[in-house]
Ligand binder design. Structure first.
Ligand SMILES: NC(=O)c1ccc[n+]([C@@H]2O[C@H](COP(=O)([O-])OP(=O)(O)OC[C@H]3O[C@@H](n4cnc5c(N)ncnc54)[C@H](OP(=O)(O)O)[C@@H]3O)[C@@H](O)[C@H]2O)c1
Length: 215
């Protein structure tokens, strides 16, 4: 079974770690303060979890999840992530992250920024529009009626398939929004951002999304 590396172990990172361990994955979790500050979470997760630095999590992960405040994305290690599937959960909140001009003028998107920072990685946007607590409470087995769906966006079809399988294991259907540049359709302030949606509902939400400049 693969190892999932987590860069960020806050609300989302800790929840993805819980889902991963519950589904048989090993995890290496990391934060900005250092592995010693993650001992309670490692204890809770059990023998399949280890804490490390962000560099160690990047090296250890077959799949690596970047789930940090967006303002810190340039701190993500580059070389150890080359060739890997990197899941980007991040959202842009200027009041938290400071203003990023190319997001303010909508000339790029959050996950494209991470992809530009990690040119040799296969970045897939996922998990950005579900509240952390719901990750461990909304999942259902494949085929369940009205199963919740989550969006993926990415430029590498195989990487999206990998993440789609992971989401299915975690209890969610998937809707493919297209390449990373379409990821804005599920950013904050769009219809699909936050509420529980089936795949069909989520497809409608993606189609109804509008850029800030058109609102
Ligand atoms: N909360 C949600 O429900 C939710 C839902 C979907 C998407 N998101 C998005 O997902 C991202 C994470 O959200 P969150 O709520 O989980 O944030 P959070 O609770 O504030 O956790 C952030 C984590 O990132 C770590 N971190 C910060 N800089 C780092 C770095 N350079 N290297 C390694 N780790 C670093 C922090 O470590 P320290 O604590 O040691 O600083 C902390 O573990 C954000 O972009 C957010 O907008 C959040």
């Amino acid at each position: 079974m693969a190892t999932i590396g987590l860069i960020g172990a806050g609300h989302i990172g800790s929840q993805i770690a819980r889902l991963a361990v519950a589904n048989g994955y090993d995890v290496v979790i990391s934060n900005s303060r250092g592995p010693e500050t993650l001992s309670a979470l490692v204890k809770e997760l059990g023998a399949k979890a280890h804490a490390g630095t962000a560099l160690q999590a990047a090296k250890a992960g077959d799949i690596v999840v970047v789930t940090i405040p967006l303002r810190n994305y340039r701190q993500v290690p580059v070389e150890p992530l080359a060739g890997k599937v990197v899941i980007d959960t991040n959202n842009y909140y200027p009041e938290r992250d400071g203003h990023i001009p190319e997001l303010d003028d909508e000339s790029t998107t959050t996950a494209e920024l991470l992809q530009a920072h990690l040119p040799k990685s296969k970045v897939v946007k996922a998990f950005n529009h579900i509240y952390a607590a719901e990750l461990t409470t909304h999942g259902q087995p494949a085929g369940s009626k009205n199963r919740r769906a989550l969006v993926v966006a990415g430029d590498d079809p195989e990487a999206k398939k990998t993440v789609t399988r992971l989401l299915d294991t975690f209890g969610f259907d998937t809707v493919d929004a297209g390449p990373l540049e379409e990821g804005w359709r599920i950013q904050r302030d769009t219809p699909g951002y936050g509420p529980r949606r089936t795949a069909e509902e989520l497809r409608r939400d993606l189609a109804a999304a509008r850029r800030y400049r058109d609102q």
